[in-house]
Design a protein around this ligand. Structure first.
Ligand SMILES: *[C@@H]1O[C@H](CO)[C@@H](O)[C@H](O)[C@H]1NC(C)=O
Ligand SMILES: *[C@@H]1O[C@H](CO)[C@@H](O)[C@H](O)[C@H]1NC(C)=O
Ligand SMILES: *[C@@H]1O[C@H](CO)[C@@H](O)[C@H](O)[C@H]1NC(C)=O
Ligand SMILES: *[C@@H]1O[C@H](CO)[C@@H](O)[C@H](O)[C@H]1NC(C)=O
Length: 198
């Protein structure tokens, strides 16, 4: 019954529903003007998350201090201050692959991400998590609508727990660096049902 499907050199992209990512929620601001303060527990969660990351270029150097929601890659809601988006992709460069390599984040994804209860957007694409497994607990970030792990360097089994993300509109787990595979596709069906019922 289990369908064993090995995906190599293939991008698995699920685009469910007519979603324009740009329109996920226009009500966010990424900084400037009078800042709402970060939620303290979320600030702590981000710091833990940062601690377990490898960041050779020190891209996240702004992640320090008391947090006025002006941290690179972090988008907070302009009224509530909750962290809504983490935009942490890297940008491949054809002419300068050495600095691209250094710019990639790696290391471990700390469970503290689960403390970001309002997170709806997570982009870790083009980083290098060294072939480690896609963390199962990503499937518990309940409000996630957008998850982009394209070429993030995750390998191995794509956890069925991602099927628990009932709000997800976009999932990209594709990559070419490591052997990614799924053991059965049941969770995708559940996932599809969740999303078509909405
Ligand atoms: C929050 O952002 C929205 C959309 O950009 C804007 O209309 C609203 O006035 C902002 N609220 C505050 C308090 O800045
Ligand atoms: C997450 O970070 C905390 C604090 O830095 C650390 O104690 C914990 O071991 C980390 N968890 C994992 C799974 O790495
Ligand atoms: C997901 O990430 C890849 C790599 O960064 C990018 O090319 C793609 O456009 C992203 N998808 C969306 C819908 O933003
Ligand atoms: C996630 O989904 C699995 C089945 O794929 C289920 O057994 C598990 O209880 C779910 N976990 C949560 C936190 O919903």
């Amino acid at each position: 019954m289990d369908l064993f499907l090995r995906i190599r050199a293939v991008t698995l992209i699920l685009l469910l529903g007519l979603l324009s990512i740009a329109s996920i929620n226009p009500k966010f601001s990424s900084g400037e003007s009078d800042q709402v303060r970060c939620i303290e527990s979320e600030r702590q969660a981000l710091l833990k998350f940062k601690q377990d990351l490898k960041d050779p270029l020190n891209r996240l150097v702004s992640w320090a201090g008391d947090g006025d929601c002006q941290w690179v890659g972090v988008v907070c809601h302009n009224v509530t201050g909750h962290v809504h988006e983490l935009r942490l992709r890297s940008f491949p460069s054809v002419d300068d692959s050495a600095s691209y390599d250094r710019s990639r984040l790696g290391g471990k994804i700390n469970h503290s991400l689960l403390d970001l209860k309002h997170l709806i957007y997570l982009d870790l694409s083009y980083n290098d998590f060294g072939g480690s497994q896609t963390p199962k607990f990503l499937g518990s970030i309940e409000n996630l609508r957008y998850l982009n792990l394209s070429n993030a360097g995750f390998g191995g089994l794509i956890p069925h727990e991602l099927g628990n993300l009932s709000n997800l509109h976009y999932l990209n787990v594709g990559g070419y660096d490591y052997n990614l595979y799924v053991m059965n596709l049941q969770w995708l069906l559940v996932f599809h049902q969740y999303n078509t019922l909405k």
